[in-house]
Design a protein. Structure first.
Length: 94
């Protein structure tokens, strides 16, 4: 199931239903291991709606994050939030 634009907008506006992770506190070299742990923890806790806060800056965090998420077996869908500084993720729990 792919979310519609309306469903994505609703999730973006209702952050109570989204588990967020701020990547600003992590070094680029450690990003893969911390993202992997976060995805696995969320999967085990049955959290399906996630967001990664990477900000705007140079785009290095965003690029590395998208590289990690692309083709990841737990990731069903990703999209950039309206402000561009957040990537939303839907996990495949089944």
């Amino acid at each position: 199931m792919v979310l519609s634009a309306q469903q994505k907008a609703w999730l973006e506006m209702n952050s109570d239903f989204v588990v967020s992770f701020d990547l600003h506190y992590h070094h680029l070299d450690d990003l893969e291991s911390v993202v992997e742990k976060f995805l696995n923890d969320c999967f085990l806790d049955r959290h399906q709606n996630l967001s990664f806060i990477h900000g705007h800056g140079t785009g290095a965090l965003r690029s590395k994050l998208h590289q990690i998420l692309e083709g990841h077996p737990l990731v069903k869908e990703t999209w950039m939030g309206n402000n561009g500084g957040i990537t939303y993720v839907i996990l495949d729990l089944y």
